[in-house]
Design a binder for this molecule. Structure first.
Ligand code: SF4
Ligand code: SF4
Length: 356
């Protein structure tokens, strides 16, 4: 006798109960798909069945009102079916062709941006930032909003040589897909943490805190019943702060962002790639981060003007060489581009910087 299915809040529910009936019916039997516009595509099954997708950008941050608005639209045109892509685009899934144009008209009337399919930028994936995470060195959602305002045309109309995936991570933990995005921003602390010894001795476990440092910069300080940090070994990762909050790493004067380029996940034409550093550092400059936004746009436009059709950013740079990329994008080559940090283990030397 099989047990009745339990409903719990542990783990995600099985995906197939949310598939539109036409996808369930033709599962694994899809013949081809075709892009109809920057914001729509159709998938055609062996059986002749079709499903249309309309992609819109989602805002930073998502309110429950906005999610309800998306759901109401999906109820009206898509029998309730929509999906969020891994980069937080919203895709409305339409199985009745007669509802496609009315859906697109309504999305337009509501001011939603349709696009992101094919050789465009798609929604920018990002992490939590100052809004939510304790480690953040920047305001990820605010910065992404500024980027999206500036690059919206590349989502809706302007074509690029290939798709360009953008990402922002608000510390080097990189919850975002920064290491494998075409152009990405990663936020950095740049100062050695400051230790509040009175609190450390009351709030933290010394062995755990010592063990939390990946470069062995932390050692016990028995006289103070606390810890000490060997400054030249610290790479400002913030791990110790996570384990022991009185080791404060945030520094309004020192925190900022770097821009890395050339990463990708896909193995089409070339292997997946890690991104590498392009602009080593910009200080945080809220609320509009003009220099960071201009730098991302500069890389995007130089890529658009110089890459061959279908080349991803990393493939283009590999073809022309990093030296030429720095010249074309007018990025100064500085000491920060060279990985000469000697205190990390061998395996750490897969960083975003050039090896030395
Ligand atoms: S990237 Fe860092 S700061 Fe941002 S959400 Fe992840 S752990 Fe927190
Ligand atoms: S910030 Fe990172 S490298 Fe520096 S002391 Fe803390 S854990 Fe070690």
């Amino acid at each position: 006798m099989s047990l009745p299915q339990r409903r719990t809040d542990i783990g995600p529910p099985k995906y197939d109960q949310f598939l539109p009936p036409v996808i369930k019916k033709n599962y694994g039997q899809w013949k081809y798909h075709e892009r109809l516009s920057p914001g729509s595509m159709v998938h055609v099954a062996e059986s002749g069945d079709k499903i249309w997708t309309v992609r819109v950008a989602s805002p930073r941050l998502l309110s429950t009102d906005t999610i309800r608005e998306f759901c109401d639209i999906a109820d009206k045109y898509c029998d309730g079916y929509l999906r969020f892509t891994s980069r937080n685009n919203v895709e409305f899934l339409v199985s009745d062709e007669s509802k496609l144009a009315p859906l697109q008209n309504e999305l337009k009337e509501r001011g939603m941006l349709m696009g992101g399919i094919g050789p465009h930028v798609s929604n920018v994936i990002h992490t939590q930032g100052w809004v939510h995470c304790h480690s953040a060195c920047t305001d990820a959602s605010g910065l992404v909003k500024c980027l999206m305002d500036e690059l919206a045309e590349y989502f809706t109309t302007k074509e690029l040589p290939n798709k360009v995936r953008l990402a922002v991570a608000c510390c080097v933990n990189m919850c975002g897909a920064v290491h494998c995005s075409d152009i990405a921003i990663v936020a950095l602390h740049t100062k050695v943490p400051v230790i509040d010894h009175d609190k450390v001795k009351n709030m933290c476990e010394i062995p755990t805190t010592v063990a939390s440092c990946p470069t062995s910069a932390i050692s016990p300080d028995p006289a103070k019943k606390s810890i000490k940090i060997k400054e030249e070994k610290c790479m400002y990762c913030g791990n110790c702060f996570t384990v022991c909050p009185p080791i404060e790493i945030h520094n309004p004067e020192g925190d900022g962002v770097a821009i890395v380029v050339g990463g990708k996940i896909g193995s089409l034409r070339s292997d997946p790639k890690f991104s590498k550093i392009a602009y080593p550092f910009f200080y945080n400059d809220p609320p509009r981060w003009p220099k960071v936004v201009a730098a991302v746009k500069n890389i995007l436009e130089v890529y658009a003007a110089n890459a061959k059709k279908h080349e991803r950013v990393g493939e283009w740079i590999d073809r022309i060489g990093w030296e030429r990329f720095f010249k074309l994008a007018n990025i100064p080559f500085t000491f920060q581009h060279i990985d000469d940090f000697t205190f990390a283990r061998e395996t750490f030397r897969t960083s975003a910087a050039f090896k030395w």
